[in-house]
Design a protein around this ligand. Structure first.
Ligand code: DX5
Ligand code: ZN
Length: 228
């Protein structure tokens, strides 16, 4: 079985109790923390920045933090997130004037780098920079909001990205983000994804009074992945 990572998107967590939410979801078996950064410019929504990433580290979170930048421009904020404890930093190629430079800047800052593809963005952005990415993130919704439905055309795109990665022999994770749920995760994994962002599909479940509240939803996700 491939090394599957479950990456809860804290966009759907209770922000008033963020540290507790992240502790709970990790204790329930999640692997990495997906951290959505929106600037009300590249996407029509506004979320959280490096201060909150740093706050999670200071709170004691040691799991990898997967920073998904939906901001334009990207370069100025990269070192800030690196200092704040980001593990992965991914960005949308349309949001950077110099994609190669942004990717290099992420690695030089000590983080793992990645490119994010909107549903209509072609994978050809990878043509000359495949050796500079540690993560390829395919959006299966248009970015900006949690709780949207998975766009089925992503499955074919995942198969293409999987083929590119396998042919290259490079160590690159293939992540999918948007509308991922217990019911569709097996099909998404079969198409080649190994890292699964789920916001409403995880934080929307669980009994608020239970500190293991996400155990059962994460167990269901692991079970579904075990069938692949
Ligand atoms: C959307 C974000 C996603 C979002 C996913 O722009 O990048 O990470 O939180 O939410 P769900 O899993 O609810 O579709
Ligand atoms: Zn995201």
């Amino acid at each position: 079985m491939p090394d599957f990572f479950i990456a809860p998107s804290i966009l759907s967590a209770n922000f008033a109790k963020l540290g507790e939410e992240v502790d709970n979801v990790l204790a329930s078996g999640a692997d990495i923390v997906h951290f959505d950064v929106m600037d009300n410019h590249y996407v029509p929504n506004l979320t959280i920045g490096p201060l909150v990433c740093q706050a999670l580290r200071s709170h004691g979170v040691t799991a990898p933090i997967d920073v998904h930048l939906m901001v334009k421009p990207v370069d100025r904020i990269i070192p800030d997130f690196a200092s704040a404890g980001a593990s992965y930093i991914t960005f949308h190629p349309e949001a950077s004037d110099h994609i190669d430079r942004s990717l290099s800047l992420i690695r030089e800052s000590g983080c793992r780098s990645g490119l994010v593809f909107n549903p209509a963005t072609p994978l050809s952005y990878l043509d000359y920079v495949l050796d500079k990415v540690d993560m390829i993130l395919l959006m299966s919704v248009n970015p900006g909001f949690g709780g949207q439905s998975f766009i089925p055309a992503t499955l074919d795109k995942l198969r293409q990205a999987r083929q590119l990665i396998d042919q290259s022999g490079l160590d690159i994770r293939l992540e999918v983000d948007g509308g991922v749920k217990v019911d569709n995760i097996a099909e998404i994994a079969a198409a080649g994804a190994d890292t699964f962002v789920a916001g409403s599909g995880i934080f929307g479940f669980g009994d608020a009074s239970d500190s293991n509240r996400y155990n059962s939803i994460i167990a269901k996700i692991r079970n579904a992945l075990a069938q692949v």
